[in-house]
Design a binder for this molecule. Structure first.
Ligand code: ADP
Ligand code: MG
Length: 335
């Protein structure tokens, strides 16, 4: 072979190498510290770099949601609303306005179990520091808890609280919302197979090449890896609320982070509730219902809503399923 030929072969080889696309693969990243929780992202990328860049953009979007919705941040839009909305109508971003409309809709669907004004009492709890309000403090603050106190004007895009003392907190919906926003970011970049989770709220788009994604539902009284069942999912969101997430015990009573809007006390009627549906905003918003209303009333509501399924672990440890996902007749329910 002469030098000229060798040069030709080499250059063709180089060209060929350039023409072959970077090999496609699953790109996965786990990030802590956004919305006080762990974000997990997994996506199928034709090009790893593009996958990583998309995950960067998703995390930016989630940080933006955190910055505008967190009540831990005094500068957030929600904190501004809490500071000023009792004084008069306050103009807010379209994003926050729409989410407040959605939150109200969930209050109606859940017979008031989901209520972002829980925070009018809820702000006095600090589960990490084992702090809770006494009865007198609860009684005084409780009249401010009612989603009807949040007045929304779509024409002016304003929010107003009908009375002093009202506070809102989107902690029961914001993680699910941020997952949906994150999914939108990935979809807009052309990705078609992905898993995104923020703590107990996850959403899946596409399958794993002919196989569903398997999502485990944790056993509320066992360690993190122990599941009561695994659910195969494609194109669905799933949220679990558990009484084991953020709690403390005092004199045998478990105080944890879901508040009954009617009493201002910790709502403890189930150990955990998992909701499956099309969007994580929705599954997140609906997963608190069972704690407040109890398994029977909550299951009635879940069964009434077409695009929702649910799995509830009752206080005695038994597991109940909504109509759409009852284990096959005769099969032993997962325990
Ligand atoms: P996580 O925050 O781990 O996703 P959940 O989805 O169960 O947990 O949501 C619990 C959060 O919901 C609480 O930390 C609080 O911010 C909020 N919350 C508590 N009680 C209510 C309620 N009755 N209605 C709406 N949101 C609530
Ligand atoms: Mg949640």
């Amino acid at each position: 072979m002469n030098a000229k030929m060798l040069k030709k072969i080499l250059s063709t080889g180089v060209l060929l190498a350039l023409a072959v696309p970077a090999h496609a693969e699953w790109v996965r990243r786990i990030t802590d510290g956004i919305m006080g929780t762990r974000i997990t992202v997994e996506l199928w990328a034709d090009d790893k770099d593009k996958g990583e860049q998309a995950i960067d953009a998703l995390l930016d979007e989630m940080r933006h949601v955190d910055d505008s919705m967190s009540t831990y941040k005094p500068t957030s839009e929600v904190s501004q609303v809490n500071a000023k909305a009792a004084e008069g109508p306050m103009h807010i971003s379209k994003e926050l306005f729409d989410l407040l409309v959605t939150a109200k809709e969930y209050s109606v669907i859940t017979d008031g179990a989901f209520d972002i004004t829980y925070a009018s009492v809820g702000y006095m709890y600090d589960f990490r520091k084992h702090v809770r309000p006494d009865e007198a403090q609860i009684d005084k603050a409780l009249p401010a808890v009612n989603f009807r106190h949040v007045l929304l004007d779509p024409k002016q895009q304003t929010v107003q609280f009908s009375q002093k003392g009202v506070r809102i907190d989107l902690g029961g919906i914001a993680k699910g919302y941020s997952v949906d926003r994150g999914i939108d970011v990935l979809k807009s970049r052309g990705f078609t197979r992905m898993y995104v989770s923020a703590g107990g709220d996850s959403r899946i788009v596409g399958d794993r090449f002919g196989k569903p994604w398997m999502v485990g539902i944790r056993d509320p009284r066992k360690g993190e890896g122990e599941v009561i069942t695994r659910i195969p999912l494609v194109d669905a969101a799933i949220s679990t609320s558990g009484d084991y997430e953020r709690f403390f015990e005092e004199d045998g009573v478990r105080y944890h982070h879901i508040i009954d809007p009617h009493t201002g006390h910790s709502a403890s009627k189930v150990r955990s509730a998992t909701v499956i549906g099309p969007y994580a905003t929705r599954t997140d918003g609906l997963s608190k219902t069972a704690f407040v209303l109890g398994p029977e009333r909550a299951m009635e509501i879940y069964n009434r809503i077409d695009d929702i399924d649910a799995i509830i672990v009752k206080l005695d440890g038994t597991v109940v399923y909504s109509k759409g996902i009852e284990p096959a007749h005769g099969a032993a329910p997962a325990k």
